[in-house]
Write a protein that binds this ligand. Structure first.
Ligand code: GLU
Length: 469
């Protein structure tokens, strides 16, 4: 049978790192086996589900490039189907109406707890044939004995005793179906062969298996993925910093870097750290996923991000960089070709935010010199080199890298100075800081007019210093 996997988020928040990893593993598993990956939105909790959250999930998936073959399918559109299945279970005598009061259920729970037992429903209404006109829930008739064995692709064999499970509510008093029922109906109707999800759902699995058996449906294979922890060993949460996928986008992480990072949370191939998408599809095996929790390590993500920035196609990077410049109030069309900017900065930034920041000088004059850089480089001795280079640049006819390089070299030679003695004050003059790409590229990107204007500003700064001496 063709492999079919799904990602089934509840739209009650953004797409977080854990969800994204679940989606990635399901996607990889489907791709590896030439199967289909389906997106299902589990929006039956009407109070907590929001359209904004659906959009945030779709946006996150698109940004990560986790394209789905079917969906998004919405559970709220399938209530008729769920009711049909509940009716079928009723007809077969595998589900029953229950009108136990809250008080009765509370007493049951308290008694069990006092006996240090797990609270479970006692089957009181099983044979009572409750009048359908009184308010009631519908419960699934769980087998009383036997074990449910799940050969989990990650956890190995896990056995659950039916005595531990109780008669689960599958339809609430208000008529809405519950999570375990909808999942079972959907996984079965959508012919899901492999259910890959977080291990917080492991305890639901025997219940779902029992319902599938009652319906005479195929049982899918399961893989329950271990938790992701923060660097302090606690479950990854907001207080560890960014947990939403789109927050990483905002911080200037490349989608390919985040994907590569996520895949290593629980899966490895020898000590290889960097994987192309093709390699992942070829090498990934859900059976190799680690049972134990993995820790999120921001340093490593940044390391990978820097790697991907260095290796990226400049045009691709330019597209990704553009919104970050926009957020700083810079219109990237208002300057040199963005691809040239990217090529100049590609080796110099760990994130796109950083790349945008170190490129600001290309688009606008800076307010103030970096104090340390100015103190060191814009001293009275730099006045003559700056005046001379300014004049030479003014007279320069062609503003290309070769001519600019020659110009700096010639001026240095004429003053009998090493090139750095001219280039470094010049850099601080036009960038405001001590670091930038090569001086020829820097000059080229800033352009003639701004260069001359900024040299003047640096000369004023030097003059002020001279006056203070
Ligand atoms: N909707 C569930 C969640 O977001 C996932 C259900 C499943 O994968 O079976 O946690």
């Amino acid at each position: 049978m063709t492999t079919r996997t799904r990602f089934a988020p509840s739209p009650t928040g953004y797409l977080h790192v854990g969800g994204a990893r679940t989606a990635l593993f399901s996607w990889l598993h489907a791709r590896k086996h030439g199967g289909a990956f389906i997106l299902r939105i589990e929006d039956t909790d009407l109070e907590r589900s929001t359209p904004e959250s659906v959009n945030a999930i779709l946006e996150g998936m698109t940004w990560l490039g986790l394209e789905y073959d079917e969906g998004p399918l919405y559970q709220t559109k399938r209530f008729d189907r769920y009711n049909e299945v509940i009716d079928e279970l009723m007809k077969k005598g595998l589900a029953y109406r229950c009108d136990c009061s809250r008080e009765r259920l509370d007493t049951l729970r308290r008694t069990a707890m006092a006996r240090k037992e797990k609270p479970r429903y006692d089957g009181h209404c099983r044979d009572l044939d409750i009048n359908p006109d009184t308010p009631h829930v519908i419960r699934f008739l769980n087998p009383d004995d036997g074990v449910v064995v799940v050969d989990d692709m990650v956890r190995g064999r896990v056995a659950f005793s039916n005595t531990e499970l109780d008669d689960l509510i599958i339809r609430r008093t208000d008529g809405s179906p519950t999570y375990n029922l909808t999942v079972v109906v959907d996984d079965s109707d959508m012919n899901i062969t492999d259910v890959i999800r977080g291990d917080d759902h492991l305890n639901n699995t025997p219940r779902q298996v029992n319902i599938l058996k009652a319906l005479n449906k195929e049982i899918p294979r399961y893989a329950h993925l271990p938790m992701i922890l923060g660097d302090d060993g606690a479950r990854l949460s907001k207080r560890h910093g960014a947990v939403s996928v789109m927050q990483y986008m905002e911080q200037g992480i490349l989608p390919e870097a985040l994907l590569n990072y996520l895949v290593r949370l629980g899966w490895s191939h020898g000590d290889q750290e960097v994987f192309s998408q093709e390699e992942l599809i070829q090498l990934f095996d859900i059976n190799d996923v680690n049972k134990s929790a993995s820790s999120f390590n921001t340093e490593k993500l940044l390391w990978l991000n820097q790697h991907y920035i260095k290796e990226a196609d400049p045009l691709h990077l330019a597209h990704l960089l553009s919104p970050h410049l926009g957020r700083m109030g810079i219109d990237p069309t208002d300057g040199p070709d963005l691809v040239e900017v990217v090529k100049a900065q590609q080796e110099r930034a760990k994130t796109l935010v950083e790349m945008a920041e170190i490129s600001e000088f290309i688009y606008q004059d800076f307010e103030e010199f970096d104090e340390k850089a100015a103190k060191k480089n814009l001293r009275p001795v730099a006045r003559e080199p700056l005046e001379t280079i300014k004049q030479a640049l003014e007279e320069l006819e062609s503003w290309d890298e070769g001519s600019l390089h020659d110009c700096v070299e010639k001026v240095s030679a004429s003053l009998d100075l090493k090139m750095g003695k001219v280039a470094q004050p010049l850099r601080v003059a036009i960038v405001g800081r001590a670091a930038s790409p090569g001086i020829d590229v820097t000059l080229k990107l800033v352009g003639k007019e701004a260069t001359l204007r900024r040299i003047d500003k640096a000369l004023e700064y030097i003059a002020k210093r001279e006056a203070q001496l």
